[in-house]
Structures are given as C-alpha cells and as structure tokens.
Design a binder for this molecule. Structure first.
Ligand code: HEM
Length: 223
C-alpha cells in the first residue's frame, strides 16, 4: 500500500469486481451512522469538556434519551454484520504469517507481505474488536440505562459497569480511528467499494490476491 495514493480514484474503464453487495453496504452504513451518533453523544455524556456536542445535537436531555436507543440499534447492526461476515473473519494460517510480518506492512513494504484473502488480519481484528466491544457496551449500558432497577445492596456494581462501558468504548474508538484512516485515506479504492460495491480488479489483485483469484476462478466456472 502506498501512502501516496491519497486521492479518490478517477473513473476509468478498468475492469471491476464486486466486493460488497447492496445488503452488505446497507448493513455497513447502518453500523457506521449509529456508531458515530453513539460516539459523539457518548463523548458529550463522558466529560463536561465535550458537553458542547450535546448542545449541538439537541441538548442534554435529548442526547441522554437517544444515546441508549441508538446504542441498541448499533448493537443490532453489529449482530447483523456478524451474521453476514463472520465466516470471512476467521483467522487463517496466512493471517498468522501476515501478523508476523506486520513491520513490513507498517513500513509500506507491501510486496513482501503474503497474499491476502478478502480481508487482511488487521481488518479481521477490527471486526472482532467491534463485535466484542458491542457486547461489552450493551451489557454494561443496560445497567447505566436503568440504574433504578439495581437494588440498593447491588449499587457497588454500577462503577464497575461504568468502567466496562468506558473500556469497551475506548477499544472501539481506537479501532474505529484506524479503520476510517485506512479505509478513507490509505486505501481510497476500498472506500469506493463500500459506497458503490465494486473495486478495480487490479486493486483486488494487489492487496487481496487470494480473494481476487477465488472470484475469477468462480466466474470462470460459471461461464
Ligand atoms: C463511519 C465511518 C466509517 C467509514 C468511513 C468506514 C469505511 C470503510 C471502508 C472504506 C471499508 C472497505 C474496506 C475494504 O473493502 O478493504 C469498510 C469496511 C468495513 N467496515 Fe467500515 N467504515 C466506517 C464505520 C464502520 C463501523 C462503525 C464499523 C463496525 C461496526 C465498520 C465495520 C467495517 C468492517 C467489519 C469492514 C470490512 C473489513 C474492513 O475493511 O475492516 N465500519 N469500512
């Protein structure tokens, strides 16, 4: 991957292949939009320094009302994404080779990296961070949503739930920042894929060769 490829690709007559179906793209963007709303409103509720975000998004009461509801939508969307993509996100032998060579990836020595399937090891790790993060956020969030349901003798559990909520949020934020940076700036072809569903065949061959080979052999078998 080159750090120079930062502009959106120009339209060309280059052959393209399908990377994301319409259902996958809708699922992805329900995740994306609900996550960004929870992130912004969560930051507003987290510290008075960021409470101005709540003012922009309708006020403290509005944000407190909608944050957990949109949070449940986000968790449902992650569940949906998990049901569609989990089989593509299993760690393979090849991923472990990729992991062992992560230094080359960071230093943009892509030619030294082992050929990748549809997703590389880093992309798979992000997926699992979001899945486990969503579980942590949901379980702890329910306690924070309905604290009055927690009996007096169980009140000690609330600070623990706040801690779990914050740790889960921080893990997803770290993954999310890398995800958006990689997807939008480092691999703009991938961004085009998650919008239109299609990516140039040459990009697929360069970064996801095992997947690209699989797609072309499947299309030859169909002919
Ligand atoms: C809102 C901002 C977001 C942007 C700009 C964004 C961007 C992208 C892009 C460009 C891709 C395609 C990468 C490729 O095909 O190689 C992608 C894929 C993906 N996105 Fe997002 N995304 C966003 C939010 C999210 C959220 C909140 C989640 C999880 C809940 C998520 C989960 C995924 C997953 C699992 C993939 C496939 C694997 C991967 O590329 O990491 N995305 N996204």
């Amino acid at each position: 991957m080159s750090t120079r490829d930062v502009s959106l690709p120009k339209a060309s007559s280059e052959p393209e292949i399908v990377r994301y179906t319409l259902t996958e793209r809708i699922c992805h963007w329900v995740n994306g939009i609900s996550y960004v709303y929870c992130l912004l409103t969560g930051l507003a509720l987290f510290t008075p320094m960021l409470f101005w975000i709540a003012a922009v998004l309708g006020g403290g009461a509005v944000v407190r009302f909608w944050h957990p509801i949109v949070g449940v939508l986000f968790v449902a969307a992650v569940y949906w994404m998990h049901s569609i993509w989990q089989k593509d996100m299993k760690t393979t032998e090849n991923d472990l080779k990729w992991k062992a060579q992560i230094k080359d990836y960071i230093e943009n020595n892509d030619q030294k990296m082992p050929a990748q399937g549809k997703y590389n090891f880093g992309q798979k790790q992000f997926f699992w961070i979001m899945v486990y993060g969503a579980i942590g956020l949901l379980l702890s969030g329910l306690f924070l949503w309905f604290p009055e349901m927690v009996g007096r003798s169980w009140h000690w559990i609330l600070p623990i739930m706040i801690f779990i909520h914050e740790v889960s949020a921080l893990a997803t934020i770290a993954g999310f920042m890398i995800h958006v940076y990689m997807g939008v700036f480092q691999e703009p072809e991938g961004f085009r894929g998650i919008i239109s569903g299609r990516v140039p065949a040459s990009w697929a061959r360069k970064y996801h060769r095992l997947w690209s080979d699989q797609v072309s052999s499947e299309s030859k078998t169909r002919k």
